[in-house]
Design a protein around this ligand. Structure first.
Ligand SMILES: Cc1cc2nc3c(=O)[nH]c(=O)nc-3n(C[C@H](O)[C@H](O)[C@H](O)COP(=O)(O)O)c2cc1C
Length: 427
């Protein structure tokens, strides 16, 4: 039986208030950490948990913190990435709207670990409700002395600035986020130097996802061994939020261990496919990852198991598609998103995403040529691993997989100028 951790208190509307959060044991971990631990100890404990970033790349959190140089004479900043813009992803929002102090407590612990005295929450522009909830929660934490000078009566000072984005997907990429925070266009930076060394205002900066940070209070209340006991293996540990959407009887953001078998999520927890329809495919990690066909879903939802199947856990935005979905239209719509969101700095991305959408559009509307398919695959290979950030790859990877795995459907569209799954889908 899975014991809920991150979502334990989200059904209690009173937990948004600091007194209720504290009554349930909140802020104990942060107070203990800032009064009784050293930053090095906090980093070591976090490393020992095996916690990997929940923002998409799965980079080990403690290791990332350990890259921050010490005694540079510059401040260190922590940026909480609350941009949550990957299609299919809606988990960070639940934490922020329902249990904001869990996130604030996590930010305090992470800030202490990297000696940061001013942290930022960069929140997606459309999340105005979560913004208001967080703004109130931050005010409560300041009033209690949990933020500000000498927090909890310790020698540690910390404040948190809440900053709203303006609706750009690219500002979720960590260096785009940093540029945007500095008041510039969200253009990702060339790496190295990595943000840990040269980030916000040229200073050492850690960027961590909301869900990653929300794990920290639990880790420091219950210990690394407890955290490691959850998950599918020592490299994939802890609780995980899965955003289950699409053709499901009970779509939901679900919390389970990292590495739960995908069929269990789809059929046991989310009630399977509505109307007795057949499963066509699953996109396990947000729109930027390769699709799994119905025959490939026997996999654990963790970083390494999905990588072994040629896809990614990404943001765990798991989209379930039934047999009525037209793969050509889906590919076109995916490419359109990236074409709209490219920042335009790199030609492979600026031109590639746009061109890919055009070619898919003409196939979808009955004007495609058979040679278009190999041309798209060629474009895909020229869009991967060659740009400043991976938005270009994020467009190429899913489209490439859709053509490779559902090629007959694309060919049918080209030959018959209509759709295999029923032309009504194009109305
Ligand atoms: C185009 C693009 C968009 C991204 N959007 C987000 C996002 O909305 N939220 C997020 O946490 N990470 C996002 N990331 C990943 C961040 O760059 C970064 O890896 C992450 O915030 C690090 O946090 P973590 O180590 O806790 O996972 C995005 C990456 C790319 C390339």
């Amino acid at each position: 039986m899975y014991e809920t951790v991150l979502f334990k208190n989200i059904a209690d509307p009173r937990v948004r208030a600091i007194d209720r959060y504290a009554e349930l044991g909140g802020y104990r971990a942060a107070e203990m950490v800032v009064k009784e631990r050293t930053p090095a100890e906090v980093i070591e404990t976090t490393k020992a948990t095996g916690l990997r970033g929940r923002g998409g790349a799965g980079f080990p959190t403690g290791l990332k913190w350990s890259f921050v140089p010490k005694d540079t004479g510059k401040p260190t900043y922590l940026c909480c990435n609350a941009d949550e813009s990957e299609p299919g992803t809606c988990k960070d929002r639940v934490i922020m709207e329902r249990d904001p102090h869990q996130l604030i407590e996590g930010i305090i612990i992470a800030s202490f670990a990297v000696d940061c005295h001013l942290a930022f929450i960069y929140i997606r522009g459309e999340f105005w409700y979560a913004y208001r909830v967080l703004e109130k929660a931050l005010g409560e934490a300041r009033a209690k002395g949990f933020l500000g000078k000498k927090i909890f009566g310790s020698n540690f000072d910390l404040d948190i600035v809440l900053h709203s984005g303006a609706g750009a997907y690219i500002c979720g990429e960590e260096t785009g986020l940093i540029e945007s925070l500095e008041g510039k266009r969200g253009h990702p930076r060339q790496k190295p130097p990595f943000p840990a060394v040269q980030g916000l205002y040229g200073c050492p900066t850690v960027v961590n996802n909301v869900e990653t940070l929300a794990n920290l209070p639990h880790i420091f209340n219950r210990g690394a061994e407890w955290f490691k006991s959850i998950g599918s293996n020592p490299k994939n540990t802890g609780p995980k939020l899965y955003c289950m959407s699409g053709h499901l009887n009970k779509p939901a953001v679900v919390e389970r261990e990292l590495g739960i078998p995908l069929p269990e999520l789809i059929y046991d927890i989310c009630g399977g496919i509505p109307g007795g329809k057949k499963l066509k495919g699953v996109i396990p990690g947000g729109s930027s990852v390769p699709i799994l066909t119905a025959d490939e879903i026997d996999v654990r939802m963790d970083f390494d198991s999905l990588a072994a199947k040629g896809t990614l856990l990404g943001s765990a935005g798991c989209m379930v598609l039934d047999e009525t979905v037209c793969m050509v239209r889906f590919a076109m719509r995916t490419a359109r998103f990236y074409a709209e969101e490219t920042c335009g700095q790199c030609s492979q991305c600026r031109e590639g995403t746009w061109w890919m959408e055009q070619v898919l559009h003409r196939i979808e509307h009955g004007h495609g040529k058979m040679s278009d398919l190999d041309m798209i695959l060629d474009m895909c290979s020229n869009m991967k691993g060659v740009t400043i950030c991976v938005l270009s790859d994020a467009c190429a990877m899913p489209v490439e997989a859709m053509i490779n795995k559902f090629r007959a459907e694309f060919e049918y569209h080209i030959t018959n100028k209509t759709c295999m799954v029923g032309a009504h889908a194009h109305a």
